[in-house]
Design a protein around this ligand. Structure first.
Ligand SMILES: O=P(O)(O)OC[C@H]1O[C@H](O[C@H]2O[C@H](CO)[C@@H](O)[C@H](O)[C@H]2O)[C@H](O)[C@@H](O)[C@@H]1O
Length: 261
């Protein structure tokens, strides 16, 4: 079933900016639209050259309790954020890399048949992009938003042949992913392992797909930071990825100050 609805009871409202991070927390970060600005296609994003250094420094301040929880595959996240390499979840939780490991545990490549079929169907359609993520497939229509309904219907049709998948709506994209994968479960799993276990989780993200992780962080006495406009279950809001980076830099300075005392 397509999951587009936000949790009830969380109307769009003014939210405060988040407090600076503290050393007892675990930091979980979404990538597109949170750490980096959105671009017309997934390959056109621009990553600030100093971002890997900032993540490394935050890892040092938080005893390595820093991870990404992304809709992208972890291989792609690794290449975007290199040389930074850490624990995390990819493909909305269908991939997981535990702390201290280089191994990525991934759900089976169930989406291959859907990828093939959509690529055949949209081969001559300019602007529609099919992204193969192994365990999941995304159909992007950022360059042709008028094709949203067509893309959604085609994906729904292709998914009929592959049991165990669900459709998820993102920013100018629809995705088919394993029904069991979601960012909230990914955060919960990572929180069961050191160095995350016993810390207070903080998750920042910009999209509807991030709501499950906000809810899980708050269930564990932490908080979510919604990036950009829109209804949310998060307790705090920042306007843009640039503001996220400023918040992270200010948090790092503050934690280092605590260290000097
Ligand atoms: O959970 P995230 O790390 O934010 O990943 C969500 C999706 O990000 C990518 O798509 C989005 O960003 C693209 C680049 O800015 C943009 O062109 C596209 O319209 C957005 O939907 C990625 O391609 C997807 O696989 C992720 O699920």
């Amino acid at each position: 079933m397509l999951q587009t609805e936000l949790p009830t009871g969380h109307e769009q409202r003014e939210l405060p900016v988040p407090p600076l991070l503290t050393r007892d927390q675990a930091l979980f970060l979404d990538v597109d639209g949170c750490l980096i600005e959105l671009a017309p296609t997934p390959t056109e994003v621009v990553v600030p050259p100093w971002l890997a250094g900032l993540l490394t420094d935050l890892g040092e301040a938080l005893d390595q309790a820093v991870a990404v929880i992304s809709g992208r595959s972890l291989d792609v996240v690794d290449s975007l954020l290199a040389p930074w390499h850490a624990a995390g979840a990819g493909v909305h939780g269908a991939e997981l890399r535990l702390p201290g490991s280089h191994r990525i545990d991934a759900a089976p490549r169930g989406a291959a048949r859907i990828v093939e079929r959509l690529r055949r169907q949209f081969i001559d359609v300019p602007g529609v992009l099919i992204e193969d993520k192994g365990a999941a497939v995304a159909i992007h229509f950022a360059r042709c938003p008028e094709r949203e309904a067509e893309c959604e219907a085609a994906l729904a049709d292709a998914m009929r042949a592959v049991p165990g998948m669900r459709m998820q709506a993102g920013r100018l994209v629809r995705e088919a992913l394993p029904a069991t994968a979601d960012k909230g479960s990914a955060l919960r799993t990572l929180m069961e392992h050191p160095p995350f276990a016993g810390r207070v989780p903080v998750f920042a993200g910009d999209d509807r797909t991030d709501e499950a992780a906000f809810a899980e962080a708050e269930k564990q006495r932490g908080f979510g930071v919604k990036v950009g406009a829109g209804s949310t279950a998060a307790l705090y809001r920042l306007g843009t990825p640039n503001q996220v980076l400023l918040w992270l830099q200010a948090s790092l300075a503050s934690m280092r100050g605590e260290n000097d005392e």
